[in-house]
Design a protein around this ligand. Structure first.
Ligand SMILES: [Zn+2]
Length: 500
């Protein structure tokens, strides 16, 4: 079994993520997060949320907003999505199977299709006699398939065409003037929006990597075009693989890449560095992260520069955040289409602000955390001390578990050593203390203590708390740290402080 197949198998069984709508046969591109996965995902979201709303304090003000996921066609006409948010599609004339035309050509001819037109792709398919991957049938002409879900809002004369948003950013842009007022008319400021977006992908695959409904966290950083970003400080950081638009590879720190002019814009360098640090904090393997600059052919025409952070996973290269200098294109488009001015008066000038956009996927980092933290213990040495329990763990031989860092860990576990002699009642008091401290508690009193530790490891719990006979005497409990297997005796009154 390949590593990602094992991970999917475990993710399903342990309630991390699994295909949606399974009883009706499922539909690709939709996944559920189970009880454990939902906690992990919320923790990933919270790390990003706090990193901008709280931790940027002193550098710039950043606030969070939440907008509807269904938007009027006016918005998506102005943004250019109705016209050009599409993928090249080709269908088999015999079995009707659809394919991404550019992917099909790239796979077969080992060439890059960046910047090609539908006609060019059709030409390549015909001239090279490429056939349907499923049945070997003839392929039809390549066409553009719009990736937005289209719908109708209201009946009769009130009917409007709407689209499920393919990104959160546009709903932030259209509220810019109000956000400017609320932000006390001062640049720079950031607006973060976390929420669902929708893309009607032609062939979604790779579990939660390419979904038709997914979660994003996009931070729009509104700036004066002359901003030199003196208030953003690049830290000393470790060397990382950096690929520029000409495929030149350097292995240097992001700070160094900025001073050498490889990453020209300081704000882009800053948000790339911040993102890499956030991913490592989540438990993503930093050695498998790299930076990649978009080539001229893949970059939107209005974008001055775009960089991605990518994770080299068992499934291939996964883009987990994109940082783009979007100039003032979006606000100008909405100004032109809505006829509402997006100009502001700042620093004695009147202008439409520029935007640096930091766009995180959430589902993708969740997958990368799960893959990075996956661990196997082949010889499964028993633990917990008592011999019969050790034996029980030994029997499982190949023990798979997750080394999530505490910030990602889904729960704090509480175990009474035995399900008798007043221990469950005492454990109930401990659960009360932790719940009152706003912690997510998983209480388990069934099976041997070793087996319960093993179950906690299987869902990546960082700390487990055990209530034993000493607890009844001196009000102390044992905290067991998963990674070090260290056990520490702590007074119940101090528990909240120690765990937090
Ligand atoms: Zn076919």
């Amino acid at each position: 079994m390949k590593i990602y197949e094992k991970i999917l198998d475990i993710a399903k069984r342990r309630g991390i993520f699994y295909p949606s709508c399974e009883i009706y046969g499922g539909i690709s591109g939709f996944y559920d997060y189970g009880p454990t996965g939902t906690r992990i995902k919320k923790n990933v979201e919270d790390i990003i949320r706090k990193a901008y709303l709280i931790e940027e304090y002193g550098n710039f003000t950043c606030s969070e907003i939440e907008c509807p996921t269904l938007g009027l066609d006016d918005v998506w006409n102005a943004s250019g999505h109705v016209k050009s948010f599409s993928d090249f599609t080709v269908e088999c004339s015999a079995c009707k199977e659809p394919f991404r035309a550019d992917h099909l050509v790239e796979e077969n001819l080992k060439i890059s299709c960046d910047g090609m037109s539908a006609e060019q792709l059709t030409g390549l398919i015909k001239n090279n006699n490429l056939k349907c991957k499923k049945c070997g049938g003839e392929l039809n002409d390549v066409y553009n398939y719009n990736l937005m879900f289209r719908t109708e809002i209201a009946p009769g004369k009130n009917k409007r065409i709407g689209y499920m948003r393919p990104e959160t950013a546009q709903s932030t842009y259209i509220a810019f003037k109000r956000l400017w007022e609320i932000s006390r008319k001062k640049l720079p400021f950031g607006i973060l929006q976390l929420g669902k977006s929708y893309r009607n992908e032609i062939s979604p695959r790779q579990y939660i990597i390419r979904l038709r409904e997914f979660t994003q966290a996009e931070m729009e950083f509104f700036i004066d075009p002359d901003d030199k970003y003196e208030y953003l400080n690049l830290k000393d950081d470790a060397a990382i693989k950096i690929m520029d638009r000409d495929d030149k590879i350097s292995k240097i720190s992001i700070r160094e890449a900025h001073s050498q002019g490889i990453i020209k814009n300081k704000a882009i360098a800053y948000f790339l560095q911040k993102s890499v640090n956030l991913f490592v904090r989540m438990g993503i393997d930093g050695k498998r992260l790299q930076l990649r600059q978009h080539k001229d052919t893949e970059r939107a025409f209005y974008s001055k520069d775009t960089w991605d952070v990518e994770f080299m996973s068992a499934l291939g290269r996964i883009e987990i955040v994109g940082v783009a200098d979007r100039g003032n294109y979006d606000l100008t488009q909405h100004q032109n289409c809505s006829r509402e001015s997006m100009e502001i008066f700042w620093n004695n000038r009147r202008f439409v602000p520029n935007v640096i956009e930091v766009a995180y996927g959430i589902d993708r980092p969740v997958y990368c955390v799960v893959e990075s933290c996956y661990a196997e213990e082949i010889s499964g040495k028993g633990e917990g001390g008592e011999s019969d329990e050790s034996k029980e763990i030994d029997e499982s031989k190949e023990r798979a578990y997750f080394k999530f860092p505490p910030e990602i860990s889904p729960y704090v576990c509480v175990f009474p050593l035995m399900a008798k002699d007043g221990l469950p009642e005492k454990a109930g008091e401990v659960v009360d203390v932790l719940r009152k401290a706003n912690l997510y508690v998983f209480y388990d009193k069934s099976g041997s203590i070793g087996r319960r530790y093993a179950r906690a490891d299987e869902i990546g719990v960082s700390y487990a708390i055990t209530i034993d006979y000493d607890t009844l005497k001196d009000n102390t409990v044992t905290i067991r740290f998963r990674d070090t297997k260290e056990q520490r005796r702590v007074r119940i009154e101090e528990l909240e402080k120690v765990v937090k």
